[in-house]
Write a protein that binds this ligand. Structure first.
Ligand SMILES: [Cu+2]
Length: 218
């Protein structure tokens, strides 16, 4: 039952994705066409079999969707639709092959698409500050800055100036792990020292749309 309603949720979102992504400029591949037809027909078995029968083509198709999603000129909805379709394909691909890499790539690119462009942060005594600001107009529950580049061995201090408490937590499954703060209340801060280079994707454990990234360079 739960599986079914999960699937229906996928289908609903995928239909929206389809409606938004099929009017595009790109010629659709046969795999994409067959896969989306199966989704439209609410037929998970068929969707899985399309992926299964085209294992060699699916990674290329996922990459094409990601490239299209990142191309300039798309509306946010159109881009989100393509990211979503890529994720659905990658999930089926993982089930069919056991290969999780395309799904990881989709999740990382989708996460990146929601962030501001990365900025090289200037450390003061090896310390970078990321703020949780008070709500400003429509903006609430966000990190400022939300996408920074630092050097190995430096520390980020998250400062909560918001009324609400936040918990900073690494995204499971993508990028480097290790960030997990206790609940940081108004006026409090929490620090993490980045010893290993890599991409650290994190969210607020309470407000999961609150997203940030730290890229640590050698
Ligand atoms: Cu939060």
């Amino acid at each position: 039952m739960q599986r079914k309603s999960l699937w229906l949720g996928f289908v609903f979102a995928a239909m929206t994705a389809l409606a938004l992504s099929t009017g595009g400029y790109c010629a659709e591949s046969q795999v994409r066409k067959d896969f989306t037809t199966a989704l439209e027909q609410n037929d998970p078995v068929k969707a899985a079999s399309v992926i299964d029968a085209n294992k060699d083509k699916v990674p290329g198709e996922i990459k094409a969707l990601l490239d299209e999603a990142a191309a300039p000129g798309l509306s946010k909805e159109e881009a989100d639709g393509k990211y979503y379709l890529a994720e659905l394909m990658a999930k089926h691909y993982k089930d069919a092959t056991g290969d999780i890499e395309p799904l990881k790539t989709v999740k990382m690119k989708t996460f990146d698409s929601k962030l501001s462009p990365a900025v090289r942060s200037t450390a003061v005594n090896g310390l970078h500050v990321v703020e949780c600001p008070e709500p400003a107009g429509e903006m609430k529950n966000f990190f400022k800055p939300d996408n920074i580049i630092i050097k190995k061995g430096e520390t980020v201090r998250w400062v909560n100036n918001d009324k609400e408490g936040h918990i900073f937590a690494s995204m499971p499954f993508i990028g480097m792990g290790g960030i997990f703060s206790p609940k940081v209340e108004h006026g409090q801060s929490w620090e993490f020292k980045f010893e290993k280079p890599g991409e650290y994707f994190y969210i607020c454990f309470i407000h999961q749309r609150m997203m940030g990234k730290v890229t640590v360079e050698e």
